[in-house]
Write a protein that binds this ligand. Structure first.
Ligand SMILES: [Mg+2]
Length: 363
C-alpha cells in the first residue's frame, strides 16, 4: 500500500511580465506556494496555492502557515484514499481555500503519477485541446492597445477585458480602442463585482457598436447582488457569468434559483478541488454554462484546471491565461516549474502530459 511519506510547503514567487490589474487591485508578482507530497515509493506529487489578496484576501504567508500547521496530519495515510484526504484538507484548512486546493491537487497528482495516469484522461479524456482567451488587464488605453495587438498576432479569438477599475468613460475609451484594434475578436468583460446594475447597463449602452462584440459579462455586480446580476443579464440582453458570487455549491443553487447568471466560472483556487468538481455537476444540472478560470497561477495549478475542463468536457469558456503573463520567469534556467499543458498562445494541448498534471520541478 502506497502511503504518504512527507508533505511540505515552500514559497514560490514568480515575477510577471506585466502587472495583472483588475478592478479591486493589481499583482506585479505571483506570490504563490508550492506543495510537495512525497509517497513511500518516492513518487512526488505537486500542488500550487495562488492566493490573490485583491480577490480572496488570502496571502502567501497565510497559505504557508496553514499548510505547515496541518501537513503532518496527512503523513502515513494511504494515497489511494485521495478523496477523503482532500475532504480532510478542505475541513482542516477552511480558513485558506488556496492552501486546501494546493494540497488536494498534490495528493491527486501523486496518486495519478504513481499509476502513470494523465490527469485529463483520469477526468474522462473528452478533448485534448482547449482554446483559451487572454486577459487585457486594467490600465491605460495605450497598454490595452499594445496588449490587443500582441494577442491578435498570436491568434487569440477572445479577449477578456478587465473593467470597473476606473471611470465609465475610461472603460468605454479602452474598449473602443481594443475593438478598433481587433474588430473580429469576441470580448468578455470582467468587472470583478465593481459595478452597480445601473453602471453595468450604462457601460453596455455607452459602448455603441462595440457592444456587438461583447459575448459575456462576468461578475458585473457585487458578489451578494444577485438581483443586480439578473438585471444586467435580462435588461442588458447579455450572457452573464458568476465568478466571485459562485464559490460553493450553495452559491450555484442560489444563482440558478434566482436566474442571476447564465454561466458559472469554476476556479479550483476559490472553491478547492472537490467543491469545484461538485459545482460543475450542479451547474450542468441547472442548465448553467461552464467557464474554467483561475487566479494568477503558474502552469502547475492551471494544468490541473485544464485537465478538469478537457477531461470532463463541456466548458464553453476557457480562461487559463495567467502562465502567459509569466513567460520571462518560466523561460529562465531556474524556472520554478515546467511541463504541464503545452501552449504558447490560445491553444492548450493536454496530450503531451505523461502522468498526473504533468508539471515537474526542473532539476
Ligand atoms: Mg473573474
Amino acid at each position: 500500500m502506497l502511503s504518504i511519506d512527507s508533505v511540505s510547503a515552500e514559497p514560490m514567487s514568480i515575477e510577471l511580465d506585466e502587472p495583472f490589474g483588475i478592478a479591486t487591485g493589481s499583482q506585479a508578482r505571483a506570490d504563490n506556494v508550492l506543495v510537495r507530497v512525497r509517497l513511500s515509493d518516492s513518487t512526488l506529487g505537486l500542488g500550487e496555492a495562488a492566493p490573490f489578496p485583491a480577490v480572496s484576501g488570502e496571502t502567501q504567508e497565510l497559505a504557508l502557515r496553514t499548510l505547515c500547521e496541518h501537513a503532518d496530519a496527512f503523513v502515513g495515510k494511504s494515497i489511494a484514499n485521495w478523496r477523503p484526504l482532500c475532504r480532510e484538507a478542505d475541513e482542516r484548512m477552511s480558513g485558506c481555500v488556496s492552501a486546501a486546493c494546493a494540497l488536494s491537487c498534490a495528493l491527486l497528482d501523486a496518486w495519478l503519477k504513481s499509476l502513470g495516469c494523465p490527469m485529463w484522461l483520469f477526468f474522462g479524456g473528452t478533448t485534448s485541446v482547449l482554446r483559451t482567451d487572454i486577459t487585457i488587464p486594467t490600465g491605460t488605453v495605450r497598454a490595452a492597445t499594445e496588449a490587443t495587438r500582441r494577442a491578435v498576432s498570436l491568434g487569440f479569438r477572445k479577449l477578456k477585458v478587465k473593467v470597473g477599475g476606473s471611470t465609465l468613460s475610461e472603460d468605454v475609451g479602452r474598449l473602443s480602442a481594443i475593438a478598433q484594434q481587433a474588430p473580429e475578436v469576441g470580448l468578455l468583460l470582467d468587472a470583478n463585482g465593481a459595478f452597480s446594475a445601473e453602471e453595468a447597463l450604462e457601460l453596455l449602452t455607452q459602448l455603441g457598436r462595440v457592444r456587438e462584440q461583447v459575448l459575456l459579462f462576468e461578475q458585473p455586480t457585487r458578489s451578494d447582488d444577485l438581483a443586480g446580476s439578473r438585471r444586467v443579464m435580462t435588461e442588458g440582453r447579455v450572457a452573464v457569468a458568476a465568478d466571485e458570487s459562485a464559490r460553493t455549491c450553495t452559491d450555484v443553487i442560489a444563482i440558478a434559483k434566482q436566474g442571476a447568471a447564465s454561466a458559472v466560472n469554476i476556479k479550483i483556487m476559490k472553491s478547492s478541488l472537490l467543491e469545484a468538481l461538485d459545482m460543475i455537476t450542479l451547474s450542468r444540472r441547472h442548465g448553467l454554462k461552464l467557464m474554467i478560470g483561475g487566479m494568477v497561477e503558474s502552469p502547475l495549478a492551471m494544468s490541473v484546471s485544464a485537465c478538469i475542463a478537457g477531461g470532463l468536457g463541456g466548458f464553453d469558456w476557457v480562461d487559463l491565461d495567467t502562465p502567459l503573463f509569466m513567460r520571462r520567469a518560466l523561460s529562465l534556467e531556474d524556472a520554478p516549474v515546467s511541463g504541464g499543458f503545452q501552449g504558447d498562445s490560445s491553444q492548450l494541448r493536454l496530450d503531451v502530459i505523461e502522468a498526473g498534471h504533468g508539471v515537474h520541478i526542473p532539476s
